[in-house]
Structures are given as C-alpha cells and as structure tokens.
Design a protein around this ligand. Sequence first.
Ligand code: ZN
Length: 235
Amino acid sequence: MSASRALEEAESIDGYRAACNASVLNAAAREKQVYAPHFLKRAELVKLNDAMRKIPILSTMDVIILHASADNGFPHTRPNSLICMPSSSIGYEAALINTLTHEAVHIHQRRNVELWSSACRKEGWTPIPKARIPTEFADRCRLNPDTMATPFWAWESYNVPLPLFVREDYPTLDGVSIKWLDLRNGALFGEPPPSFGARYGNPPQSEHPYELLAVEYATAELQTDDAIIRKLQSI
Ligand SMILES: [Zn+2]
C-alpha cells in the first residue's frame, strides 16, 4: 500500500486531520505545515533502517515518512499500525531508537485498548467524558492523534491535565502548556497535584497517561509485545 493510501485509510478511521481542520486553534497551529508523505535522503534512510532493526516489535508495524513540517515535526501514530515520522525527526541513533520505541508503545495502546484502559485505571486514572470539560478549555486543547480516542483522564478522580495552547491569537504546536483542571470547582492550576509528582516526577509529556507510560516504557527499552504486556500486568 502506498503511504498516501495508508494515510487515507487512517483518516477514515480516526478523522484526525478533519478534527484539526474543524478546530479554529488546531487548524491555525498547523497552518503552513505540509501533512503529506515525503522521502528521506539515503544516509537518513540507512539510519532509520538501522534503528528499526533494533526494535523487534516494529516488525509488525509500518513506518512512513512525512514532510519535515508535518505536525511541527512531531512523530506520532495513526490507525491501525502506522508510525508517522516527519523527515525532520530523524536524529542520532539513540534518540531515534527512543522515539521509535515510544511510537511503538502508542501502536500497542491502539491494539490493546482494554488492557491499557485497565492499566491506566490501576495507576490511578479515571476516563472523563468530554462533556465534563468546560468548552472554553476543551476548545483550547492541542489535538494529539495518539490520545484523541480517549483524550481526557483524571488523576485521582478529579485532576485532569489539559494541553492548552498558550496563545489563542497565535497558536503553535509547541506553544502549549499543561494546566490541571479541578473537576470539583472548574479551577485551573499550573502545577500538578503533589501525588502526581510523587509517582511520575517531572515528566516531559504529562498531558495523558498514554504519553506518560509511553515515555516510561521507551526509557525502559520495552521493545517486544511480551515485554510491554508483562509490564502492564505488573501494575
Ligand atoms: Zn507520544
């Protein structure tokens, strides 16, 4: 299947690009970006292939290259097994292996929804319906294809991390800060609850349990289906 066809098929399942276009801020944040298949120079292709060979679980997934500007150069996944790497995201080997492992964990989440949902609950997270997030905040959230199926989760019942665009007049995909919505009173806090810090430290992507665990599992180099499942079952 061509990369374009794979993206079309993914879009028919998740509607990610349509959702971005339908959101004023998400569309503006991606305005001059080209979201389309691209190519790699030979040296970078060799680097990518070398890194992929070191991650066994990738043998069951597809990796496609997007234009350097796609989603700000952020690697991400699409259904069902597509890892999208903007050409600008091919870095040095150790970083590349970490990135590919992180994305592979997101594909694992897509394939094992029940298992991941119950692992997140055991960690202390509760899925929250979108209707419980005030529209003014929900509309300001950066859309993330890796979490958009169940975007809102509360830590310890009522603390919901939200990836909010900092500037509404000039939204950018890297101009986002995580704010914590207290569902009890609708207040927004800049700092996570202390119990969150005690569990996760000060992580780079605190917006969603799928991101938090993808970061941890990639750092732990969990690179087979079995290794990931064993870890999930140990929670
Ligand atoms: Zn991620």
